[in-house]
Ligand binder design. Structure first.
Ligand code: ADP
Length: 582
């Protein structure tokens, strides 16, 4: 009995199979009660034999169903058994005056719950027609009914009602148990998914951290090669190393963004920004790439666009960079153009429309619906040599959804594509931007490196547990005249800050023992410390939307991400130490 209950409540087993087991058990109990009752009241041998035969046939059918796994066949046969046995019990036990009507109710409920699809309709119809025929015959030939005595009929009717009540109670208990179990499973699965998301998030951020650390050394030391007066071939190699490293970083960022979007960890942060300055960064990056491929890069900005807008500048830039980079990537000759205009949408919101058009390889019409799916790369025969992960446009679409924006694509295969992006934004200053002339600068045209800052008498302490990173910082600042001391642990840093007054401290975050945040706090509170007022810069491979806020809240004056460029480092030092400028 226990194993039957366990089977009925086992959530691993299909619901219909469990229901079949439950109802069959009740039906068997019903057969048993009726048989015993017939024996007690001394019914005819025929009647008792009929019940026993029905019971054995029923048990046999149920056993066959579970052994063979043929649920559909088993449920139909067990349902039809009612159809066969019902008329016999109907006529031998007082017809509608005994328990037959209630047994009939049970039969219909049984068939309805255990069968499905067309079998349900057929068996139900058979049962209804069969019992209808019994009633009709009993009406026309009431003398054929074997009436029991009045007390017996009362007892039968009462027993039949008890059986149906038992059925309803058990069904209700079963449904409640199923609901509770399913609910428990859903809660457990929800928790498992949340845990998995956390693990995934931790994995991707630690992977990003671990990859950024060596890439910092590659890019930093490579930059030193580019600064030297080296042969054209060495310069070419160094540029290729730089490009490959940036591609690697781009891929890591895409994977990280994808993971954040999937786990709901990406938030939209609206800020006031100048329409034109947001564009100039993009233009500089794209213009260089377009020029390398001999493509014309055309920019048109509607002079009527407002000068200051409010939106998530970082994400808008990311969306545009992705789409324009693709346009350059998938165009071999001709041009890539970016046009900006404003429009008020049907809800009355102001939208900036960004049209990116290219004369590239184009996209087949049948591929357009799959363009924004993750890891989808189209037209592999023409694109396999072009690097990419197939994540870019999926991220674009998800970011636009978060910003309540939209993107549409039109393309002619072999001729070019056009992406229209629309993003609702608030107008902060409606003054028109007027005619825009975006200045383009190519940092690589400067063959020889020149330090961007000129400082005197500046002392910096770089703290990092990776020796290579300390070497990179030292080398990147070599030509500035700044004195750079290094410490490879928090404890060593605390020792040095007692001995020397540094103007600025570059602090790594993740270090064994004492981490960078703790070390910064201890330097600021250090008794007899000489660096309590020094500028603190967190130079870390920890990237993330909330990281900057976190580090600033902790007390850092600035947050720089590895890999770091020499020029970025110098500009930040100059910004933080304006008095030291010569
Ligand atoms: P990928 O990293 O492969 O560029 P994306 O998600 O950015 O990934 O783009 C998905 C696919 O869409 C690309 O592999 C390419 O086949 C196609 N595609 C995207 N933009 C263009 C374009 N401007 N011209 C032609 N094909 C494009």
């Amino acid at each position: 009995m226990r194993s039957v209950v366990r089977h009925i409540l086992d959530p691993e087993i299909h619901l219909r199979e469990r229901l079949f087991q439950l109802l069959s058990t009740i039906a068997l109990a019903e057969y048993l009660v009726v048989t015993v009752y017939n024996l007690v009241i001394g019914s005819s041998v025929f009647q008792v034999m009929t019940m026993l035969a029905g019971m054995f046939l029923f048990v046999g059918t149920v056993a066959f169903t579970f052994r063979s796994g043929h649920m559909r066949v088993g449920t139909v046969i067990s349902g039809l058994l009612y159809f066969l046995i019902y008329p016999l019990t109907f006529f031998s036990s007082g017809g509608m005056y005994g328990g037959a009507p209630v047994v009939f109710t049970f039969a219909l409920v049984y068939v309805f719950l255990v069968t499905e699809k067309w079998e349900r309709a057929v068996v139900l119809a058979a049962c209804i027609l069969g019992s209808g025929a019994c009633y009709l015959f009993a009406y026309l030939h009431p003398e054929k009914l074997t009436r029991h005595t009045v007390p017996e009929e009362h007892i039968e009717s009462f027993l039949a009602i008890l059986l149906v009540v038992l059925l309803l109670c058990m069904l209700f208990t079963f449904v409640t148990e199923v609901y509770k179990t399913e609910n428990r499973i859903v809660q457990r699965q929800k928790k498992e998914i949340e845990d998995l998301h956390q693990v995934q998030k931790r994995f991707f951020s630690s992977m990003s951290h671990e990859i950024r650390t060596p890439v910092n050394a590659i890019i930093g030391l490579n930059e030193m090669t580019l600064r030297e007066d080296v042969s054209d071939e060495v310069r070419e190699n160094a540029r290729n190393i730089e490009a490959a490293s940036r591609t690697l970083l781009h891929t890591i960022n895409e994977i990280l963004d994808m993971s954040r979007l999937e786990t709901g960890g990406m938030e939209i942060r609206k800020v006031d920004y100048r329409t034109v300055s947001m564009l100039s960064d993009i233009v500089n990056m794209i213009w260089m790439r377009a020029q390398e491929k001999g493509l014309e890069f055309i920019i048109r900005v509607d002079p009527a666009l407002p000068v200051v807008l409010r939106g998530d500048e970082v994400r808008i830039r990311q969306v545009l960079l992705n789409v324009i980079s693709n346009a350059v990537k998938y165009t071999h000759k001709g041009s890539v153009s970016l046009s900006l205009s404003g429009m008020t949408d049907e809800n009355g919101a102001f939208c900036v429309i960004y049209d990116v058009t290219d004369t590239g390889i184009g996209i087949r019409e049948e591929n357009i619906p799959y363009l924004f799916d993750a890891f989808q790369r189209m037209d592999e025969e023409h694109t396999h040599a072009i690097e990419g992960t197939g994540l870019g446009l999926s991220i674009v679409k998800q970011l636009l959804d978060l910003m309540e924006g939209s993107v549409t694509v039109t393309s002619e295969y072999g001729k070019g594509s056009s992406f229209r992006i629309s993003i609702p934004q608030e107008i902060v200053d409606g003054t028109p931007v007027g005619e825009v002339d975006l200045k383009r600068s190519d940092p690589r045209t400067t063959a020889r490196y020149e330090s961007a800052i000129s400082v005197s008498d500046v002392k910096i302490l770089a703290v990092d547990d990776t020796t290579m990173n300390l070497m990179v910082v030292k080398k990147l600042l070599r030509d500035t005249g700044i004195t750079v001391d290094t410490a490879s642990s928090g404890m060593e840093a605390l020792q040095k800050t007692k001995e020397t007054c540094y103007d600025l401290i570059l602090m790594d975050h993740q270090m064994p023992g004492m981490d960078g945040v703790e070390c910064m706090h201890r330097i600021k509170d250090q008794e007899n410390g000489l660096c309590r007022e020094s500028k603190m810069v967190c130079l870390t491979a920890n990237v993330g939307q909330d990281m900057e806020t976190y580090y600033r809240q902790e007390g850092f004056d600035s947050y720089l991400i590895k890999p770091i460029r020499g020029i970025t480092l110098e500009n930040e030092i100059a910004r933080l130490l304006p008095d030291k400028h010569r």
